[in-house]
Design a protein around this ligand. Structure first.
Ligand code: VG1
Ligand code: CO
Length: 550
């Protein structure tokens, strides 16, 4: 094994976003692009921490196009940068929650997760990479900020001249008398064992054998093999209850985002009137998101988090109760109401899973979630799609009522936080920045203004003070809060790779059971108009309708 230093020039666009660095595959294919970023990560680690001589790095990705090449490069760079060992998922694949679990279970120093999650894949699609720390969670801003700084001044990277590793074959390859080892593992069993330790598989098995019909959509992405092992091999469903469960490098040309727009095959099955099945679920490109559907019924992710929190004690892992909950700022306040009733703390963090890690490590929260189809608990430090699906099945199996009935009972008890998110994707960056600037310019005049039946109470740009490490994160999204507890949030996405994506989050609280059957778009119609009026979005971007409504 011979280490080399290769000279390089910095790129100026390697700033990690909400979840690592995401760019077009073509950008990542430029000479030295991936290498510069990976070296900036390793340099940051050596500067901020003591990397022990026996340090292990976990490596795996969602299997998208460019994953295999990137993994070979990363292994060679890990060898030259002081790692003694690399654990890599078979075929280079690890779902994001499985990667988090592997880092924790095998106590590895950290991990590189190769994913652009729900973004499209393929040669013209997106690629991504992020670093996770030893707790299994995404690196905090202290690390991602430093990675960016280093990437701007990098002059060289270290790489070893290793032969290509056969990542399809399980087992170990040892170099230089054990100085460096690569171990290829099958993480599916590790992950399935973890799930089996959390949930009551026997009660779920009974439910699935009782004529209860479910459908899981893997969206041609990473969760297929995990779903096969859990639902078919361990829980005894028929293979027909899985769809799109063979992972493909370009997600069969699809958009692996489990929402009502992109999971359209599943949505058709679940909204087929009398013919609809009892339960439907889907997960995204890297397996950390989930969509939950009942018979002709959609559960918003914000409500899903609230329902899981309210029913947590029905699940073996949480039978003694949960310590606290956390949600990202744009996520609805539905879970806040559950926390209040349970008399446990509820934390509000910025968008992105990296902000939950400190709270979970400190034992302050057990469950957390985001409106963007992400929910999880302290069993890992990432959001976890299949975990959420199993949690729902466990609750349904114990309660023995439909998804819709669970929601109706929940809203009757806690009231309903009617909620929707409108995304305007790939708008010119200048126009998007103009919209944000225009809203901010009204910060002084908006309070006390009346819009139809709503009166503005306050508005601000959300800042988070991490209660554990004291760090401060500013500019995390604009909030317009109304007198009656309703709110509109505007935020620019940090995961897109084309122009800017503007997200509008709308929320209104309705305690009245008579309205609980209403479609969210109908119930929120007035607020949607107000959001467009305040933002001048149509005038400034020319867009007359959102790209995606969830
Ligand atoms: C989006 C979601 C955010 C999520 C992030 C990563 O970020 O809104 O809640 O944590 O994606 O999820 P943004 O900045 O585009 O709004 V994933 O499944 O892409 O890792
Ligand atoms: Co994802």
């Amino acid at each position: 094994m011979h280490n080399q230093i290769i000279n390089t020039q910095p790129f100026n666009d390697q700033k990690p976003g909400t979840s690592g660095l995401r760019k077009k595959v073509k950008v990542f294919q430029q000479a030295h692009y991936l290498e510069n970023f990976v070296q900036s990560i390793f340099d940051t680690l050596h500067e901020q921490e003591t990397v022990p001589a026996d340090a292990t790095l976990t490596v795996g990705g969602d299997g998208r196009y460019h994953n295999r090449q990137a993994i070979q490069t990363i292994i060679q760079m890990a060898a030259a940068n002081g790692f003694a060992r690399v654990i890599v998922g078979q075929a280079g694949i690890l779902s994001t929650p499985a990667a988090s679990h592997i880092i924790r279970k095998y106590k590895t120093f950290g991990g590189l997760v190769l994913s652009a999650s729900h973004n499209q894949g393929g040669v013209n699609g997106d690629f991504g990479i992020k670093y996770n720390i030893s707790n299994g969670g995404p690196a905090p801003e202290k690390i991602t900020d430093s990675i960016f700084e280093k990437s701007r001044v990098i002059a060289g990277y270290k790489i070893a001249n290793l032969p290509e590793i056969d990542v399809d074959r399980l087992g170990e390859t040892v170099f230089d008398d054990g100085k460096f080892t690569v171990k290829v593992i099958d993480a599916v069993l590790d992950y399935a064992d973890l799930m089996e330790s959390l949930f009551d598989f026997s009660v779920i098995k009974k439910l699935l054998a009782s004529g209860f019909k479910m459908q899981f959509d893997g969206m041609h992405a990473v969760t297929g093999p995990y779903a096969q092992e859990i639902f078919v091999n361990r829980l005894g469903t028929s293979a027909a209850s899985l769809m799109n469960c063979v992972p493909s490098e370009d997600f069969a040309g699809g958009h692996p985002d489990p929402n009502l727009t992109y999971a359209e095959d599943l949505v058709k099955i679940m909204f087929a009137g009398d013919k609809a099945l009892d339960f439907g679920a889907a997960s995204d490109g890297d397996g950390d998101r989930n969509m939950i559907l009942g018979k002709n019924f959609f559960v918003t992710p914000s409500d899903s988090l609230a329902v899981l929190a309210a029913n947590a004690t029905l699940v073996p892992a949480y039978k003694n109760g949960i310590a606290g909950v956390a949600r990202s700022m744009p996520t609805s306040g539905a879970v806040d109401r559950v926390a209040a009733k349970l008399n446990i703390p509820c934390y509000e963090t910025p968008t992105g899973w990296k902000f939950f890690g400190n709270l979970m490590d400190a034992g302050k929260v057990t469950l957390c979630g985001e409106e963007s189809f992400g929910t999880s608990s302290n069993h890992v430090r990432e959001k976890d799609g299949l975990w959420a699906v199993l949690f729902w099945l466990n609750i349904i199996a114990v309660k023995n009522i439909s998804v819709e009935a669970i929601l109706m009972a929940h809203w009757a008890e806690f009231g309903r936080n009617v909620y929707s998110r409108h995304d305007y994707e790939a708008i010119p960056t200048e126009a998007a920045n103009g919209v944000i600037a225009h809203i901010k310019s009204q910060f002084n005049s908006l309070p006390n203004q009346v819009f139809g039946s709503y009166k503005v109470k306050t508005c601000d740009d959300f800042s988070y003070h991490d209660p554990i490490d004291g760090s401060i994160s500013n500019n995390q999204g604009i909030r317009i809060l109304f007198d009656d507890g309703s709110r509109i949030v505007f935020r620019l996405s940090g995961t897109g790779t084309e122009g800017a994506t503007l997200r509008i989050y709308l929320e209104a609280f309705d305690p009245d059971v008579k309205n609980h059957h209403l479609d969210a778009q109908v119930a929120l119609a007035e607020m949607i108009k107000i959001a467009l009026q305040i933002s001048q979005l149509v005038e400034r971007t020319g867009r007359v309708a959102p790209t995606v409504i969830t």
